[in-house]
Structures are given as C-alpha cells and as structure tokens.
Design a binder for this molecule. Structure first.
Ligand SMILES: [Zn+2]
Length: 214
C-alpha cells in the first residue's frame, strides 16, 4: 500500500501522481513480473462492475484486485437505464465478447446521487439522470415514507436502487441469453463507505421478469 495521498495545491500534484504511478508499477512488477507483459496483449476479466462514480468506491481497491481482473462502468448512482448507450455498450461487450461470469451492480451508502433524488431541489441537467432514481423512489414511496429517520430512508433507497438496477440488467436480452446458455450470474452489492465492507444483497425476484423474456 502507498502512503495516504491528498491531492492539494501545496505541492506539484500532477508530478507527484506520476511518481506514485511509477513506484506502483514497480511494486506490482516485483510481486508479479508476468502481469504487465501478459496484459499488454489481452484482457480476460471474469467480473463486470457497474458502480457509482463516487471517489470512495474504487472497485479494484475495494475488491483487492489487480489490473485486468474487473471490467468497469461507473456513473452517478450506478444507474443502468435501458436507453443509455454508454452502459449498454459496456454491458454488451462484457457479456458477448469478454464473456464475464459475474455482473455486480454496486450501490453505496452515502451516495450523493441517491440523496439528491430523495430530495426535491432543482439541480439542473443532472435532474434528468436522477429521474431514474426518482422512478425507484416513486415505485417504493409507501415503504420509504414509513421510515421516519431520514438517514435510514436514504439508505433504503440506496438498496432499492441496487435491486432496481439488478432487475434492469437482467431485463437486457444479451444478459438473459448468457444467463440461460452459460450460467452468467448477476449480483447486487452495497458498499459501506464508513467501514470499507461490501455486502451481498438478497435480490427479490423481478415481479415483471416474464414481460422482458425474449
Ligand atoms: Zn454514489
């Protein structure tokens, strides 16, 4: 592990980052001399990670993995809408070309996107993106309104959003086919930024699953 680094204007930050990169590459090469040469030719990750852009949830660190082990798509509040070309392209490439064995949708407590979608403040362009989480909030309005503690309510929406996004992934025709043909698995994680722990969620069955069967 490197030293704790805080990006600040107090020193030549970009130069420091480059130095840290070289010492990191040196450290990894010493531990696994064949890693970088093998990665120069191809990748064959088994995991597709669909997570939040939040700086506190870096999938490779959180899962204690090395370069080459996880294919990644991250956006604000780990949302996988059926009309988002970016995440759909990642999903298709990971499932059809890389043939990943596991897809992990990871939400996290303290998610700013989910917190914003729980409130009613106008934020601008991002409101269009947060609408996807508002849809989840609307679908579970009754359950959420019964939770009196606002912090617990947001935590629950984080979890409900993971469930909704796992369902969204499982409604994708490439994913459905790979699940049937080669046993692709889709999981939901919640990461606790306060402990560093990921927890596997129990994902209830999608009540509308058969509607999306193709
Ligand atoms: Zn987040």
């Amino acid at each position: 592990m490197g030293n704790v680094f805080r990006f600040s204007a107090a020193h030549d930050s970009i130069h420091t980052l480059l130095q840290r990169n070289r010492s990191w590459a040196q450290r990894i090469s010493a531990l696994q001399p064949s890693l970088f040469p093998s990665l120069a030719n191809s990748q064959s990750p088994h995991i597709l990670w669909l997570g939040c852009s939040d700086s506190r949830v870096p999938e490779t660190s959180v899962l204690d993995l090395l370069p080459g082990e996880v294919f990644v798509h991250r956006n604000i509040a780990n949302v996988l809408p059926a009309n988002d070309l970016s995440s759909l392209s990642v999903l298709q490439y990971a499932v059809e070309v890389l043939e990943v064995k596991h897809i992990i949708v990871c939400g996290h407590y303290g998610c700013g996107g989910v917190l914003a979608a729980m409130g009613n403040t106008k934020l601008g362009l991002i409101d269009n993106w947060l609408k996807h989480i508002r849809d989840v909030r609307a679908r579970h309005r009754q359950e959420l309104e019964m939770i009196k503690d606002p912090a617990q309510r947001v935590k629950r929406l984080v979890e409900l959003n993971v469930v909704a996004q796992v369902h969204s992934v499982k409604r994708n025709s490439n994913v459905l086919e790979a699940m049937k043909k080669r046993g692709l698995q889709v999981h939901g994680f919640v990461y606790d930024v306060g402990t560093g722990h990921v927890n596997l969620m129990d994902i209830p069955k999608d009540p509308d699953a058969e509607v999306y069967e193709v």
